[in-house]
Design a protein around this ligand. Sequence first.
Ligand SMILES: Cc1cc2nc3c(=O)[nH]c(=O)nc-3n(C[C@H](O)[C@H](O)[C@H](O)COP(=O)(O)O)c2cc1C
Length: 223
Amino acid sequence: MKILAIIASPRGMQGNTGRLLEEVLAGVKEAGAEVELLSLKSMNVQPCVACDVCHKTGVCTIKDDYESIKGKLLACDGFILASPNYIFSVTAQMKALLDRCNGLIHCMALEGKYAAVVETSGGGEDEEVLTYMKRFVNTLGANSVGGIGSGVAGIRTFPDEAILYLNAQNLGRELCRCVTERQKFPEQDAFISRFKARMSGLVDIMKDYWAFEREQWEKKLSR
Ligand SMILES: Cc1cc2nc3c(=O)[nH]c(=O)nc-3n(C[C@H](O)[C@H](O)[C@H](O)COP(=O)(O)O)c2cc1C
């Protein structure tokens, strides 16, 4: 089982989010999965330029690390998104990646995969940022197995750290269990179904322009 973890802190794994992610990954590794860790800090992912070419060809025109990350997302069984809270949202590094995934979202290309989300903050709105990342996971067609977030108690330390780390390790193990058992999430199905109708409808409206996405939906709907 392949689990891809993507961290979007400018501090990489040396910051608070990296510390919490370490515990989630300990759970993943204990469950026997293979982990690949990508730190956006040391990668080049530029903002989307809205050229719409990915909708037509399936390939982004910007020559940076996005296509490689996309390949890894398509190849993994499960993934983890980790970001600090920057002004009630994810970091610019994470947002650039999410925006670049627009073509994947249009095709709901990660259907059948599972994801967990990780966040840290100075001390607030953890749920807001986790909910945002979970919704992104669902827009890709993937299931969210849960998230863990916390304010900090200092540099790379947290309040109630022992319990937090246990919960983080459990989240990692749970991600792997969901992959293995093909866990169903009925409470997410309604959103994913609605979003599917919306995306397939959008691509249908644009079918004369967005050849790649039209073909993806034709294949998806004929399965
Ligand atoms: C630009 C910036 C914006 C931030 N915005 C918030 C915020 O809105 N709410 C909050 O609680 N903490 C905020 N913080 C604090 C970080 O979320 C917090 O220190 C986090 O643990 C940093 O994670 P890292 O060490 O992995 O980078 C902000 C920090 C920075 C640098």
